[in-house]
Design a protein around this ligand. Sequence first.
Ligand code: UDP
Ligand code: MG
Length: 323
Amino acid sequence: MNPDTLHQQPSLSIVCPLHNEEENVEPFFARLLPALYETRESFEIVCVNDGSEDATLDRILEIQKAHASLHLRIIDLSRNFGKEAALSCGLHHACGKAVIPIDADLQHPPEVINEMVALWRQGFEVVLPQRIDRATDTIMRRITSLWFYRLFNMISEHPIPPNVGDFRLMDRKVVDALNLLPERQRFMKGLFAWVGFRQAIIPYDCESRSSGRSKFSVWRLWNLALDGISAFSTTPLRIWTYVGLVIALLALSYGTFIVGKVLLFGKDLPGYASLMTVILFLGGIQLIGLGVLGEYLGRVYRETKQRPLYIVRAKYENPQTHS
Ligand code: UDP
Ligand code: MG
C-alpha cells in the first residue's frame, strides 16, 4: 500500500487505465459516480493516464476540479506502457479495502459494482462479472478469443474462467498478493487466476464501446496471447522433445526399410524429390523449435533486465481530500 495515502483507508478503490479516451471520460464519470454513491461505501478513484496523446489528462483534471471533495487520484505515466502495466500501476497505488479495475470506455457497466460489493461483504474475496455474450465483439475477435482460452486452459496449470476480463472486485488480500509478484511481463488475467482466493461469479451484459476504437489490434492481441501462454506454461518448449522423438523414430523405421529393400531387391535409383521434402520438412521443424526457444529466451532476457514496469511523470490529488 502506498504509505502517503494511509490516512483514511476507503472501502473501495476504482482503478481505471486510460489511453486516448478523451470523449469517454465525461460519460464514464457521469455513470460511475452515481453507481458508486449507490453502494454507500467510501471510495477513491485511481485514474492511470497511460501516455494518452489526446486531451484525456485534461478531461480527468477537469473532473477533479469540478468535484473538490472527490477522492480522485490521477497518475500520469511518462509514455504508453500498455494496459497491463497501467493496471499494475493502478493496483500499486490503490489503497482501498477492495479494488475494482474498470475500463473507461463504458464496456464495463458501473451499475454492476453494487452487486459485486454485496457479494464481497458476504465474504467472497474475488467477485467476477462474467459476460453473458460477446455480441459487441467482432466475429474474428470472438473466435480467436474462444480458441485462445481453450488452448491456454489446456496447457496452463491455472485455468482462466471464460468470458471474464479485468473488470472484477478484489479484496485487499488479493491485491497485496498481486503486488508481490515481481514479474515484468504481466498478463493480468493469468496472474489474477494464479493468486487464487474464494471467487464468486455474476453474469453481466457487456456493452459496446461508448466512443472511439478498441486499442487492441489483431497484432497486439496476438502478442498478448503469446505473452500469456509463455508466462504460464512451458508446454510449447517441452513439445519439441516429443516432436523430435517421433521424427527420429519415423526416420529410423524408414532407414531400416530402405536398408532392407536394398539388401533384398538391390540398389534403387536415388530419390531427389523425397530427399528434398524430408530435408525441407526437418529444416522447418527445427526452425519452429528454435523460434519457440527464442520466444522464451527473449522473455527471460527482458525479465533479467529488471526495468520498472512503468514510469510516473506526475500525480495529481485533490488537496481537499488530503487529511
Ligand atoms: N488502455 C490503456 N493502455 C493501452 C490500451 C488500452 O490504458 O495501451 C485502456 C483503455 O483506455 C481502456 C482499457 O484499457 O480504458 C481497455 O482498452 P480497450 O477498450 O481498447 O480494450 P478492449 O475493450 O477492446 O479489450
Ligand atoms: Mg474496451
